[in-house]
Write a protein that binds this ligand. Structure first.
Ligand code: PLP
Length: 425
């Protein structure tokens, strides 16, 4: 399977039924699993045997779907979480604790920014945010002796900046910590961050991976490349005995599986946040066509971005695949086959122009979602950021007239015609 193409992996990786077994992944809708003796069950509790005992920690349906995502990313192990938020929290908290510090790109999803800057700060984990465009020196200066991870998004939601993964990976490794990349927007079809030095990848599978707006979910994949023992003092959770499992040392006992095993055995055990097997089944249906859908999302995104860039009533367009975009060169390097379907743009005429534009749309719907089969639009100033006045919005880098459009899988001519009538109407 390792040598097979991405399309074959999308369709078949993770689950290979045996003779007479179901062709489609079975949904193991069971909270618990039966054993013949308490000794056998005990071996599971001691992490001595592989198997399932309780769906708060692990479920076979989830593991098969996680294995598919791990194969797509080229990683050694993966796990599903109940949401993208849970994935990013687990990915960081698995190697951070009170007193730790994170270096993060400032250009990340608002929910993740809040998670790191507010909620994890309350847990005693501090963060320094750096511009994705910072120099190597500026990036270097953000590290502290207690830094434990570097975080960024391949293509940021919603600013559409592109992360220079090699620059961030180099800095992380010079300081003996892993780079965690949220790869939600390009998906592994358009970028595989491990090939550029990232160590751990996260996803909001709610977006393109599910792709149909059906199920909220998240995923974490480990490349297996980061050597925890080489930086043992920084990562005691992986390199020191875990008393809650009779003194197991994850990095010694589980080798390249250590990071995901610890996240499952400790964080899932104590915090839950597992994806339901039913949602994992929906996610897998989406994954089966990911390689067919992503190119279409990116083609529609580029066609819409080009149309908008040529329209006199459009002030500005942000799309990394558009020549002239500040991130075009990085997109050419990291996303040579296309980026995603999300485009943001600003209309002349600010808040009022945006609001009447949105009202006139017929094909694109007004939603807070992005990255599914149906095109949708959002004007932050009149919705998610409604409480802010125009000056506050400008300070936050979100002009009142800014609109984010997520191009779905419809015909691009219909999308462009809809946008044209809504702009000109
Ligand atoms: C949506 C999103 C998240 C959060 O994911 P949920 O599934 O909504 O919890 C995290 N990162 C990025 C890049 C996202 O777009």
């Amino acid at each position: 399977m390792d040598n097979q193409g991405m399309g074959t992996k999308c369709v078949q990786a993770g689950y290979q039924p045996g003779n007479g077994e179901p062709r489609q992944i079975p949904i193991i809708q069971s909270t618990t699993f039966k054993y013949d003796s308490s000794e056998e069950m005990g071996r599971l509790f001691d992490l001595e045997a592989e198997g399932y005992f309780y769906s708060r920690l692990q479920n076979p349906t989830n593991d098969q779907v996680a294995a598919k995502i791990a194969a797509l990313e080229g990683g050694v192990a993966g796990m599903l979480t109940s949401s993208g938020q849970a994935a990013n929290f687990f990915a960081l908290f698995n190697i951070c604790e009170a007193g730790s510090h994170i270096v993060s790109s400032s250009s990340i999803y608002g929910g993740t920014f809040n998670l790191i800057s507010v909620t994890m700060a309350k847990m005693g984990i501090e963060a320094t945010f750096v511009s994705p465009d910072c120099t190597e020196e500026e990036l270097d200066a953000a590290f502290r002796e207690n830094t434990r991870a570097v975080f960024g998004e391949t293509i940021a939601n919603p600013t559409l900046t592109v992360l220079d993964i090699e620059k961030f990976a180099k800095a992380a490794h010079e300081h003996g910590v892993p780079l965690i990349v949220d790869n939600t927007f390009p998906t592994p079809i358009h970028c595989r961050p491990f090939a550029w030095g990232a160590d751990i990848v996260t996803h909001s599978t709610t977006k393109y991976m599910d792709g149909h707006g059906a199920a909220v979910g998240g995923a974490i994949v480990d490349s297996g490349n980061f050597d925890w023992m080489a930086h043992a003092a920084k990562f005691p959770g992986l390199t020191q005995p875990d008393e809650s499992y009779h003194g197991i040392v994850y990095a010694k006992r589980f080798g390249k599986q250590a990071y995901i095993t610890k996240a499952t055995a400790q964080l899932m055990r104590d915090l839950g946040c597992i994806q339901s097997p039913q949602n994992a089944f929906y996610l897998n249906l989406g994954l089966e066509s990911l390689h067919v859908r992503m190119p279409r999302h990116a083609q529609n995104g580029l066609a819409v971005a080009e149309f908008l860039a040529s329209h006199p009533q459009v002030k500005q367009v942000h799309y990394p695949g558009l020549s002239g975009d500040p991130y075009f060169a990085l997109a050419q390097k990291y996303l040579p086959n296309g980026s995603c379907g999300v485009v943001s743009f600003e209309l002349e005429g600010g808040r009022e122009a945006a609001s009447s534009f949105m009202r006139r749309l017929k094909v694109a719907a007004i939603e807070t979602h992005v990255a599914d089969a149906r095109t949708c639009c959002l004007n932050p100033a009149t919705s998610t950021h409604r409480q802010m006045n125009d000056e506050q919005l400008a300070e936050a880098g979100i002009p009142a007239g800014l609109i984010r459009i997520s191009c779905g899988l419809e015909d691009k001519d219909d999308l462009i015609a809809d946008l044209r009538q809504a702009i000109e109407g």
